[in-house]
Design a protein. Sequence first.
Length: 378
Amino acid sequence: MIYFDNAATSFPKPPMVARAMAGTLNKIGGNPGRAGHSLSLCGGRVIQRCREVLAEAFGAKAPEQVIFTSGCTEALNLAIRGMLHQGDQVLCSHGEHNAVMRPLKELEAAGQITVRVLKPNSLGLVTPEAIEEAVTPKTALCVLCHASNVTGVVQPVAKLSGTLKKFGIPLLVDAAQTAGVLPVSLGELGADMIALPGHKGLLGPHGTGVLVLGEGMLPRPLIMGGTGSMSERMRQPEALPDRYESGTPNLPGIAGLLAGARFALHHRAEIEAYEQELSARLRYGLERMRGIRVLGHPGAEKLGVVSFVPAFMDPGELADQLAAAGFALRSGLHCAPSIHQWLGTLHSGACRASVGIYNTEEEVDRLLEAVDRALGQR
Ligand code: PMP
């Protein structure tokens, strides 16, 4: 099977990821931060090292401002649910994943907040003017998806954060598709919080994610429980990261994330260039085929995600045919109905090919041939 579903999770992972995970299970074993014996201390050191590496990469002031979660979804939920109060208004883009839209819409349905989706320009980009027009005295948060997991279009977050700062509105960036691939940090983006998965561009294992907290950002915790610290107190500790990390940590996952992130961050610029090259080749090849619409407007900056809709075939059927021919792609709405609505593809969905570091030009060409063949059989 040739894997073109890296926007869902990157695969395969560099070999040291599995080695690091097996090492913690086979050799360390103890529960980090819970005891003074060497097996617990050793696990704690692995977690601390990962926090330090990610804090440096994503611009957190201190390692404690890197909060481990089960994925980008949990990181987004923690930031959204933990920051908002009754009566708040929230701004977001049309490109948000359901990991953002569903918590927002749930709070809206409960009468707690109002949600305003910012109108994009013809390239699919949010503009400073759209923000200026939407802001009210009640605006308490703006959530922006750094790059769409459907079109790959990258939002000009650094520019938009300047406008938000003028109004004193905190910015939460969903960097699910960009962390480990594009330059992403609190400083570069002008963000107050960044939610990211460990298992996509950072090349870590499933079930890992991070919320990076900027200065002064102290959302209410989603989950409370044992932290191995201040156990005499019945109330949740205030100190970071314990305020947010209750229960036994995902040591094998975090060890794998440390190994994957070290690799990805070291090679980030090469990875960015390589994935741009592969996806441009794919996009160009698809655009030249008749009877196919490639999503995402020409002229907008994009990353390695290419979605397309065949004119005379259901995208799901095309993905099934490609799977039978040995290619792993994803069809449907990619958990992002709002952007499909904007693109006019809510009913059909699309077929998505997303490239990763282990894909090759030859594999892209073989995929193009297989798409052409599948369309030609119609
Ligand atoms: N946001 C975006 C833009 C995504 O693409 C995804 C993953 N599909 C998520 C959030 C959720 O990430 P996770 O699967 O790590 O919870």
